[in-house]
Design a protein around this ligand. Sequence first.
Ligand SMILES: Nc1ncnc2c1ncn2[C@@H]1O[C@H](COP(=O)(O)OP(=O)(O)OP(=O)(O)O)[C@@H](O)[C@H]1O
Ligand SMILES: [Mg+2]
Length: 223
Amino acid sequence: MLKVKKLFKTYNLNSSFFEKQKKFVALNNISFELKENEVLSIVGESGSGKTTLAKIICRLIPFDSGTIEINGKNILDYTKAEFSKTVQMIFQNPYSSFNPKLTIGYSLLEAVDKNIKNKKDIIMEKLQLVDINDDIFKKYPHQFSGGQRQRLAIARALLREPKILFADEPFSSLDVINQNLVLEIFNKIKKNKKTNLIFITHDIPAALKISDKILALKAGNLV
Ligand SMILES: Nc1ncnc2c1ncn2[C@@H]1O[C@H](COP(=O)(O)OP(=O)(O)OP(=O)(O)O)[C@@H](O)[C@H]1O
Ligand SMILES: [Mg+2]
């Protein structure tokens, strides 16, 4: 369902006015495939290009060359609305994932597809999945713990029922109890078979536990 072919990405480095623009190769000829219902982990040391790869597949940053297809269609050919139903991403830091000025309920309502009539029903369904029972229409992000916010971020990402859910280091900022809760939620998502999970992690034992395939990056190369 996901096919990445010969992907290259360079970043421009700051250089002084008189120097030629310097480039840093962040991803060097990456190719891989993911089948329906497979869980993938991307591992590798800090700076190896994991987040860069995720951001490219989520269309958050451009790439230099190569092709990325999801269900046989180039990701650049999806409309914005179509794409938000196709790929969603959960970021490393649960503290910055919600607008602090809006109630969680408001943020979640905004994330539901405009064409859905019973918006609250789908929100409740996803909140149940992540085991949050608070009145989210009264509460603001700061009134939830980091672990709860991480789970709320997962609920929000699932509102669009995406084909692919990327999670960038979803365990790194959580304590063991919350890590296990989040791991359980991912296992439930895996069993639902609606969404392909892709994890980015430093934690190889966790990667081995949950995934069918592991991709190891080293300095932008697939190893
Ligand atoms: N906007 C940018 N401009 C220049 N270089 C960048 C930029 N973003 C990332 N890089 C560089 O690209 C390389 C890969 O970064 P990336 O964030 O993908 O690593 P990572 O594998 O996710 O690391 P970590 O495990 O620390 O999150 C790093 O060397 C980083 O310094
Ligand atoms: Mg990263």
